[in-house]
Design a protein around this ligand. Structure first.
Ligand SMILES: [Zn+2]
Ligand SMILES: [Zn+2]
Length: 341
């Protein structure tokens, strides 16, 4: 089978690999569609120290069961919540399996989804990580559900309520998804701040209810204050890899505001937050990492019920054109790229 394999450094290549076989209590699925995550893009551009190459990356996909191992009886299409907890540690016992002490994730510790086939590990099956995709949901839409679950995870800390103002940094797929989720929670003013003009144009079309502004222009700080009648925003979400947004977001945060440091930063890009601002504003600052099975279920429900149209963000590429797909993300000509093996 063909797979897009990471060889370390910034080296990737389409490679012919043996088709996986289902062992006892395992299954093998055909990948119908695999989406490229911001994390995959970061690995493609800068390499990753967290991976043990050679490895096939990718963790957002629509799966079709092809072979059942002994003791397994699955059929049809699924998504798979990719972050698999041990089920025994303190975080897992509290249901926060994404915080597991020995978390293992598809496309990181397990071979990933940028391939024609994938082996589904026993623990994913027995811990309920496979979630059935309803017939009316397309392969492509299913493949972009997992990042929505990650946004749901981040927003679970933020208590976005009716009348709130929400500032989101980054107009990529996840920035727009955060905006859509905030609007669903009843946020009154949603502002998307983005440095790239191409992305701002797209965000305006994708989320017409949002104010889309240019955070590359210093005057944007005053613009946010003007939109929020001088009081700043109730919630800040950073969905981009720029550390400066952590500092500026905290400045723009209202009293009792909540802030999610959603997007990870490249290793050497840590900004120090002014902790006195957190203190005097009684602000809450939260992290976010991956998602639980339940959050993937909720995300799929949003897509399947039609409340969230994830399909509109997608551009399709053949697996063999993976390099082209990554390049299109880098030059911002597409919002969310998916690979069809
Ligand atoms: Zn992802
Ligand atoms: Zn655990």
């Amino acid at each position: 089978m063909k797979a897009f394999v990471y060889y370390g450094g910034k080296d990737f290549a389409i490679t012919e690999l043996p088709k996986p076989k289902a062992g006892k209590e395992e299954a093998v699925a055909r990948i119908l569609c695999a989406s490229i995550c911001g994390t995959d893009l970061r690995t493609y551009r800068f390499g990753s120290e967290k991976l043990d190459p050679p490895i096939t990356i990718g963790h957002e996909a629509c799966y079709l069961i092809e072979e059942n191992g002994k003791g397994v009886n699955l059929s049809g299409r699924y998504i798979l919540a990719p972050a698999i907890g041990c089920g025994r540690c303190r975080s897992c016992e509290k249901g926060r399996t994404n915080m597991c002490d020995s978390l293992r994730t598809i496309g990181f510790q397990y071979p990933g989804t940028f391939a024609e086939y994938i082996r589904i590990p026993t623990e994913a099956i027995e811990r309920g990580h496979l979630i059935r995709v309803p017939d009316h949901v397309s392969d492509q839409a299913a493949s972009v559900v997992e990042p929505v679950a990650c946004a749901i995870n981040a927003q679970s800390y933020l208590n976005i309520a009716i009348g709130d103002s929400v500032l989101i940094y980054g107009a990529g797929y996840l920035g727009c998804i955060h905006a859509e989720l905030a609007l669903m929670q009843g946020a009154e003013k949603v502002i998307i701040a983005e440095v790239s003009e191409k992305r701002r144009m797209k965000a305006k079309a994708f989320v017409p209810e949002a104010h889309v502004i240019n955070s590359g222009d210093k005057a944007y700080l005053d613009q946010v204050r003007a939109i929020t009648d001088g009081i700043g925003v109730d919630v800040v979400i950073t969905a981009c890899p720029a550390g400066i947004t952590h500092r500026q977001g905290l400045e723009l945060l209202n009293k009792n505001g909540r802030m999610s440091l959603f997007g990870g930063l490249p290793g050497d890009n840590n900004f120090h937050l002014d902790s006195n601002l957190i203190h005097y504003k009684e602000a809450g600052v939260y992290g976010a990492h991956a998602s639980t099975v339940e959050q993937n279920r909720q995300a799929l429900e949003l897509v399947s019920s039609g409340r969230l149209n994830a399909e509109k963000y997608i551009s399709k590429f053949a697996l063999e054109d993976a390099d082209k797909a990554f390049q299109s993300l880098i030059d911002e000509s597409v919002e969310k790229a998916v690979l069809i093996p």
